[in-house]
Design a protein around this ligand. Structure first.
Ligand code: MN
Length: 291
């Protein structure tokens, strides 16, 4: 903590307001992993270019031990951020890695991968998030790409107001994140706000943005965001960013990106632009062309 670089807080003249608070939907996926789907399919258009956000947090191995055995993806990117626990990844493009406390795995499925995500622990807390980021039509059939970042490899700074910021994607306060993407310009920040602090982040007008609170509660304008809530931020022309205030200690994800404004066709783990491309993906998977 002591040797983190300190950055002068960026000015935000007028904060976006909260358009809507969303409660995640409890579900299970993979081999019975219990999780909360925070960004669900009906919000994909509103939060374009983001397709999904899952939060998983449990200290009961029955909730996570099965993991996500071999399954395919095509047409988008998955960003897995592990707060606690260990997850082993293996895919058909030959990538393999262990994701641990505070690490991020960024996978571009592109034209297709088959992968598994399996917990490497039999007890203890498993907590993290998986975000799905869409690819523009022109990149959906690109070569798969993969990279693991340990917690130490993720760019991090502290504001002069005392907020601890990990920059997973995009740029904040002049600090470039682990990954940047031109078409979707994703911003993905993990903010640790000590008691009585505020964090201001400029956001381009027109980018869709949301906040997910995973510890404590925060305020944006006159709206209180409790734990485990997502707040969709309004796209107000007059607002130049967002200001997040914490009366008590809080931890939140701030995620924003440039909408693609392209048609979205999803069938499970395939996200393309047309039904025809979905049928093609299903055929390719069935005929072994995704491996
Ligand atoms: Mn997967």
């Amino acid at each position: 903590m002591t040797n983190l670089q300190v950055r002068t807080s960026e000015p935000v003249r007028k904060s976006r307001s909260v358009e809507r608070l969303v409660v995640g939907r409890p579900t299970s996926d993979g081999a019975g992993v219990k999780l909360t789907r925070v960004l669900t399919q009906p919000l994909q258009r509103r939060l374009d270019p983001f397709l999904m956000l899952d939060a998983f947090a449990s200290d009961n191995p029955d909730d996570y031990i099965g993991g996500f055995p071999d399954h395919p993806h095509r047409g988008f990117e998955t960003v897995t951020y592990m707060i606690a626990g260990r997850m082993q990844h293996r895919d058909s493009a030959g990538h393999e890695g262990l994701l641990e406390n505070g690490g991020v795995q960024w996978m571009t499925a592109g034209c297709g991968v088959i992968h598994s995500e399996i917990p490497q622990q039999e007890a203890g807390v498993m907590e993290g998030f998986q975000l799905w980021l869409n690819l523009p039509a022109r990149d959906k059939m690109s070569e798969p790409w993969y990279r693991d970042f340990t917690a130490a490899e993720l760019p991090r700074f502290v504001t002069d107001g005392g907020v601890d910021v990990t920059v997973i994607a995009g740029t904040s306060h002049g600090v470039a994140g682990a990954v940047t993407r031109e078409a979707t310009a994703p911003l993905y920040l993990d903010l640790h706000l000590p008691t009585g602090t505020r964090f201001a982040q400029p956001l381009p007008v027109g980018h869709n943005a949301f906040v997910y609170v995973y510890r404590g509660e925060v305020r944006i304008g006159d709206e209180t965001l409790p734990t485990n809530r997502m707040a969709i931020l309004a796209n107000e022309g007059a607002a130049d960013g967002v200001v997040i205030e914490a009366a008590g200690e809080a931890k939140v994800l701030l995620i924003a990106g440039q909408p693609l404004n392209e048609a979205i066709a999803q069938y499970g783990p395939f996200v393309m632009n047309t039904d025809q491309e979905i049928y093609q993906a299903l055929n390719d998977f069935r005929d072994g062309r995704l491996a």
